[in-house]
Design a binder for this molecule. Structure first.
Ligand code: GDP
Length: 296
């Protein structure tokens, strides 16, 4: 992720030479390169505009630290702004609630919801020693229910049974009652996604949210969808209060623009990155580390 942005940004630096204060001309040239770099990385246009304006404003007012060249100073400003746009600091899952804490998974079909449900179950079980229960509310696709069963079997966590044709809200409510009975710490509710945003899916996720009152509602989004990721994110954020984002398929995405856009349009922190298909391929998202990585 971000390979292209990184190489583009090195050209920003090349455009700033010499010593002393950053000149307005240098800032304008570098800002143009920065804008191009972000657009090429498939960051959504309003986000690019705001980002570049902010960097320019800060660069114009910047006092050059004695030990830094103007190029380094500009880079430092970009790095700070990147970190801030990516959310500042890492935001862990919030499970501080009377157990079972419910995590609701939302997102389009194919975004990686079920895979991520399995990954989260593994993480919570192995690293946090939580008793985890899973449930699939995808009553439209038998393959989705089957996939969750297989993942749960691999990870070694229980699944509340569900079947095609049942009512998703009834399944989720019954799963929550069962999770309470079994003293589970966490119940992860996987939901049905469709290939595009539609009203029925939105009504269903809102109804599930109202029924199980999740402490975490995670929006799962395929990073390779670039600008569309931002649009989908907004559509979901308008209907259910998202508490976090999981950006998936980051291992196949060289551009990385979705990370910058999705955070900004939802206001919800990116909590995890999906970096592969296997159940251990989930990374906690650290904005500062990612920003450093982008800048090479
Ligand atoms: P769902 O329809 O949202 O539940 O999506 P799935 O969990 O079924 O994932 C769709 C496809 O994306 C599957 O082939 C997954 O193996 C794949 N996938 C999910 N997350 C990742 C990831 O982080 N990296 C890669 N490379 N593939 C992923």
């Amino acid at each position: 992720m971000f390979e292209n942005l990184t190489s583009r940004l090195s050209r920003v630096l090349d455009s700033i030479r010499g010593q002393g204060r950053l000149t307005e001309e240098q800032i304008n040239t570098a800002a143009r390169e920065l804008r191009m770099a972000l657009l090429e990385a498939d960051v959504a246009l309003p986000v690019v505009k705001r980002f570049v304006e902010e960097v320019k404003r800060k660069a114009l007012g910047a006092e050059i630290t004695q030990s830094l060249t103007p190029g380094q100073e500009f880079l430092r400003i970009v790095q700070r702004e990147l970190t801030a746009t990516l959310g500042g600091k890492a935001e862990p899952l919030n499970l501080r609630q009377q157990p079972p804490a419910v995590i609701l998974m939302a997102g389009l079909q194919g975004s990686g919801k079920t895979t991520t449900t399995g990954k989260l179950a593994r993480l919570l079980k192995e690293h946090e020693k939580k008793k985890v229960m899973l449930v699939s509310c995808d009553v439209y696709r038998p393959a989705a229910i089957e996939q969750l069963l297989i993942l749960a079997g691999q990870v070694g966590v229980e699944v509340y049974p569900s079947a095609v044709g049942q009512d998703p809200v009834a399944i989720a409510s019954a799963a929550l009652a069962e999770a309470k009975k079994q003293y589970a710490d966490v119940l992860i509710v996987d939901t049905a996604g469709r290939t595009t945003v539609d009203e029925e899916m939105m009504r269903e996720i809102a109804a599930l949210h109202a029924a199980v009152k999740p402490v975490e509602t995670l929006f799962v989004v395929d990073s390779m969808t670039g600008q569309d990721a931002a649009k989908t994110a907004r559509a979901f954020a308008d209907r259910v209060p998202l508490t976090g984002v999981v950006l998936t398929k980051v291992d196949g995405d060289a551009r990385g623009g979705a990370a910058l856009s999705v955070r900004e349009v939802t206001g919800a922190p990116i909590k995890f990155l999906g970096v592969g298909e296997k159940s251990d391929k989930l990374e906690v998202f650290h904005p500062d580390r990612i920003a450093s990585r982008i800048l090479g």
